[in-house]
Design a protein around this ligand. Structure first.
Ligand code: ACO
Length: 325
């Protein structure tokens, strides 16, 4: 048995890329003022991928297929599929069930998790529990999001921030307690639910409430740094692992200024942070597996490296996973 270990990763990004200049030109033509300079300076984002006609389950399936190849296991060997998403194809069936059929993983149970931008870390923690308890051997964990469908494209405070994409991990038994996921820290505080939300639901075929993301940017900025710092310190304390010995920090890719401020608070140099927000923008539950896969494929994250993955977002939620790759 032992802990769950990441044995494969994969990513999918839609072909369509929209640069800040293109987005600014579209918004300016509608009388909504913004610029490439403002977006880069306040967020670090240079471009985003947009899903157009793709679905969340399709993107999840493509990332999953690459993760299976990377892990060198067959879909029939999967015991479970967990998809973290706030933008599922349907209310139900779950996106995970659609992925199961797509990749023909008929031995796998399948369900979704919704913890907004912390969803992938929450999903990893669930997968780790199933593997370390002996219930499952191989689990596919996916973050897949199409936030472009829940953005108010006339709200410059939010529409410049997000992108679409999917990332996937295959987790398997590590065989010991000193590799794979060493420790988990999960947090939530519903008192902050109103600072970041999509406050609508369906009722009798009508959407009731506001269908778009609404955000108090400054409150989110402050709480994100606060939660991430507390969670990073908690997990190091719990696992008796010194913060400064962590090789790579893979935080949720919301905003470069949040990541820089976190590094400053923790006393960690910027070059230990994996940054993809410039290329992918904020892809919510997909941002951590996308960033991890990017840095693994470019050779920065290597076997035996210690990685801290941290999600934070709506709820308010936050979660950290400390893992030996
Ligand atoms: N282009 C130009 N001007 C803009 C834009 C834009 N896209 N958006 C807002 N502004 C304006 C504001 O209207 C304001 O103008 P005013 O002074 O005339 O009122 C001015 O810029 C400054 O606005 P602030 O909200 O004070 O700007 P701030 O420096 O806080 O940056 C931002 C805004 C980027 C949203 C910031 O608060 C932030 O990063 N917050 C974190 C939120 C985040 O990352 N959310 C992602 C989802 S949550 C998550 O994933 C954890």
């Amino acid at each position: 048995m032992g802990n769950a270990r990441i044995v494969g990763s994969g990513s999918f990004l839609p072909e369509k890329i929209v640069s800040n200049e293109e987005l600014a030109a579209t918004l300016n033509s509608k009388g909504i003022k913004t610029s490439d300079e403002w977006i880069i300076q306040r967020t670090g984002i240079c471009q985003r991928h947009l899903a157009e006609n793709l679905t969340t389950s399709y993107m999840a399936g493509e990332a999953a297929k690459l993760a299976l190849l990377d892990a060198d296991i067959k879909s029939s060997e999967l015991d479970m599929i967990i998809v973290a998403t706030s933008t599922p194809d349907n209310v139900f069936p779950s996106t995970a069930c659609l992925v199961q059929a797509n990749i023909q993983a008929y031995s796998a149970s399948a369900f979704d998790i919704q913890a907004a931008c912390s969803g992938f870390v929450y999903a990893l923690s669930v997968a780790n529990s199933f593997i370390s308890s002996g219930f499952a051997k191989n689990i596919m964990v996916i973050g897949s999001e199409i936030f472009s469908r829940i953005i108010d494209w006339n709200d410059r405070k939010t529409c410049v921030l997000f992108g679409d994409g999917a990332g996937a991990f295959v987790l398997s038994e590590s065989g010991d307690l000193h590799s794979g996921i060493l420790s988990v820290d999960l947090q939530a505080n519903g008192d902050y639910s109103s600072i970041l939300s999509v406050g609508s639901h369906f009722n009798n075929s009508a959407i009731v409430g506001d269908p778009f993301i609404r955000m108090d940017g400054q409150a989110v900025f402050k709480q994100a740094i606060n939660f991430l710092e507390i969670s990073a310190r908690n997990i190091c304390k719990k696992s008796n692992f010194p913060l400064e010995s962590i090789d790579w920090f893979v935080p949720h890719q919301a905003n470069i200024r949040i990541m820089n401020a976190l590094g400053h608070k923790l006393g960690i140099p910027n070059d230990k942070f994996i940054i993809t927000v410039d290329k992918h923008a904020n892809t919510s539950a997909a941002s951590i597996p996308l960033a991890f896969d990017y840095a693994r494929k470019d050779g920065r994250i290597k076997e035996r490296d210690v990685v801290l993955m941290q999600g934070v977002g709506g709820g308010f939620t936050c979660g950290s996973i400390l893992a030996v790759v």
